[in-house]
Design a protein around this ligand. Structure first.
Ligand SMILES: [Ca+2]
Ligand SMILES: [Ca+2]
Length: 319
């Protein structure tokens, strides 16, 4: 009980005091909790995913799918879990026997015998010959489960692996600051649908790029030139990338931040401002910098952005 109280204090402390930070401040992201005993940050995800998607989600957040290194870590994380998400009963962890049936290993290649390995009674049982992914329950027991089954999951980021991007004021995820508009951008070169791209930016705590004027359009056109030169292979719509506006709510076109789309026709391809009459519901931009609309299922490259302090950005821009 005493430990639990301490833990609650620790969590409250983390949430309130570490609004901005880096490794010194022991801050990673507001949705992660830091545990001093293990020197790492954890997030108990409350959306169910397949094991593969859980692993990808953690990576997108700049973390990795958690597994307990030892009993002490298992106990510490389960305490946290009981405190903040007691309704989550099972969570995928970074252990599987996908590579070789019966040989359970961690996502970074350690045998399960080298890490925490308290199995539930009778497990692992490879039920129906179809259980290769491991999840953990609140009692601290492991079970092998279907990889394509959906489960909650836990991500982990060690303090020692945290690199802070001071310019963009976020964990290092490959973003570049464009000072003139006070935004940080990242060109993603794995083609995805607009909706998938939207999710990826969210996982990075950013959003699909919202192009608001010619300065920004020119910068992004320049940024995508490198992608055009590299000729990224794959089955996707080349020559454009997804941008942060849509009409998916059928409430007329808006940006992903809920503001009106740019009304300057010269920013749009063929001077065409999208309207309710258009069948396509998602935003894009040609490599040339002209805005356009596409079918949301179209796969394409995309750019995520993080807007720095709004007022600071405006001040710098108009001085
Ligand atoms: Ca198996
Ligand atoms: Ca099982």
């Amino acid at each position: 009980m005493f430990t639990k109280t301490l833990l609650v204090h620790l969590i409250v402390y983390c949430l309130s005091d570490f609004a901005y930070g880096n490794r010194e401040d022991k801050f990673f992201r507001t949705d992660y909790n830091y545990l001093e005993t293990t020197q790492a940050f954890y997030k108990i995800h409350t959306s169910k995913q397949t094991w593969g998607d859980a692993k990808r989600f953690c990576a997108l957040e700049g973390a990795s799918l958690f597994y307990p290194d030892d009993r002490a870590e298992a106990n510490a994380v389960i305490s946290l879990w009981q405190t903040i998400q007691p309704n989550v009963r099972w969570a995928f962890v970074g252990i599987s026997d996908i590579v070789t049936e019966g040989v359970f290993e961690t996502i970074d290649g350690k045998l399960v015998s080298e890490v925490y390995n308290q199995w539930q009674r009778g497990e692992p049982n490879d039920l129906n010959g179809d259980e290769d992914c491991v999840h953990l329950n609140l009692a601290g027991d492991l079970n092998d489960y279907r990889c394509d089954g959906k489960s909650y999951f836990i991500c982990k980021k060690t303090l020692s692996s945290l690199v802070w991007d001071d310019l963009c004021n976020m964990p290092e995820l490959g973003y570049t600051l464009f000072e003139a508009v006070g935004k940080c951008y990242k060109l993603h070169t794995t083609p995805l649908s607009w909706t998938e791209a939207h999710t990826v930016c969210h996982a990075e705590q950013t959003h699909l790029a919202v192009v608001s004027d010619q300065v920004e359009a020119d910068y992004l056109a320049n940024l995508t030139e490198s992608a055009a030169r590299r000729r990224i292979e794959g089955n996707y719509l080349k020559g454009m990338f997804h941008a942060g506006f849509h009409n998916r709510l059928h409430e007329n076109w808006q940006t992903v931040r809920g503001s009106p789309i740019p009304s300057d026709a010269s920013l749009w391809w063929d001077m065409h401002l999208p309207s309710e009459a258009d069948h396509e519901q998602c935003g894009s931009m040609f490599y040339t910098g002209r805005l356009n609309i596409v079918n949301c299922d179209t796969k394409s490259l995309f750019i995520c952005e993080r807007q720095m302090d709004d007022s600071l950005g405006e001040e710098e821009r108009y001085q």
